[in-house]
Design a protein around this ligand. Structure first.
Ligand code: ADP
Length: 264
């Protein structure tokens, strides 16, 4: 049951009662489970044939075959497209796993800076191709309760986007700081930026601002949806600020956790 309520006021600003609405959401929750199971099963079933297609096409592309130029071009297209399909299936499976865990993931107290550094390292190849420099500012001793591989994946998705949606020679900054009971992680780029009207829908599955450009740049349209699920599984939140032509900043907010008890 989903409950919401509001206080009722009269003209003299005195409360005269309360309105409480209770909604039975059993059916909606059931449909959500059916949808999630369906996506998980379909993705799982597609994984085996696509792995096989990829394997055979890679074999046909190896040097030992001497293909006609046209055949070689067609094989390269099949290889490219099956790689794309494989990435979409992998992302759908990741999303399904996160959903199946019901938002619960194993966490342990870890240092944040090595997680950020590994994520940046994994994006260096892509960044290097566009001569984009990625800087990191994070206090060495900043610790919090996280699932390190998952948070690393969320950061990789955001940094890859920052690189993808920027012109060459720009900079990306990943900055982390503790602010009261929250740890804030900023992923800031100097890229194309996003129009305000798109910002609310950005984290939806397959939502893309510029479909043609995003496809060309090789995304699946699921990256930000995965990031949002990962952040939520850490009881955190994510928001985005952007200015067209000036750049975009994604801000992850995670609970800092209890400060360690003092030794006295
Ligand atoms: P994709 O695989 O298409 O990159 P995402 O879910 O990662 O999918 O992102 C959704 C869309 O949000 C992208 O297609 C792009 O239009 C926009 N976007 C994401 N990150 C940025 C960014 N740093 N700068 C500009 N646009 C971005």
């Amino acid at each position: 049951v989903l409950a919401s309520g509001t206080v009722l006021w009269n003209a003299e600003n005195k409360s005269i009662g309360a309105l409480i609405v209770l909604r039975d959401v059993t059916h909606i929750r059931h449909l959500e489970t059916v949808r999630a199971d369906f996506v998980a099963n379909v993705s799982h079933e597609l994984k085996t044939p696509i792995t096989s297609i990829k394997g055979f096409v890679e074999t046909l592309l190896s040097d030992e075959w001497n293909h006609e130029p046209d055949i070689l071009r067609f094989l390269q297209i099949i290889s490219q497209q099956s790689g794309r399909l494989n990435s979409i299936i992998d992302d759908l499976l990741t999303l399904s796993r996160l959903e199946q865990k019901g938002g619960l993931v194993m966490k342990e107290t870890s240092k944040l800076s090595p997680v950020i550094e590994t994520a940046i390292y994994l994006c260096q190849l892509q960044a290097g191709k566009k001569n984009i420099q990625i800087d990191c500012v994070c206090p060495e001793d900043l610790e919090l309760s996280i699932n390190a591989p998952l948070l690393e994946q969320a950061l990789v998705n955001l940094i890859v986007n920052a690189v993808k949606y920027s012109e060459p020679d720009k900079k990306v900054l990943v900055l982390a700081e503790k602010h009261a009971d929250q740890v804030l992680i900023y992923i800031k780029d100097e890229g194309f930026g996003i129009e305000r009207k798109h910002l609310d829908r950005l984290f939806e599955r397959f939502y893309r601002v510029d479909t043609a450009r995003s496809r060309k740049l090789g995304g699946t349209g699921l990256g930000l949806s995965i990031v949002k699920h990962i952040v939520q599984s850490h009881e955190g939140s994510i928001r985005v600020e952007s200015q067209l032509g000036a750049g975009t900043t994604f801000i992850i907010s995670l609970p800092a956790g209890e400060p360690p008890a003092s030794a006295s």
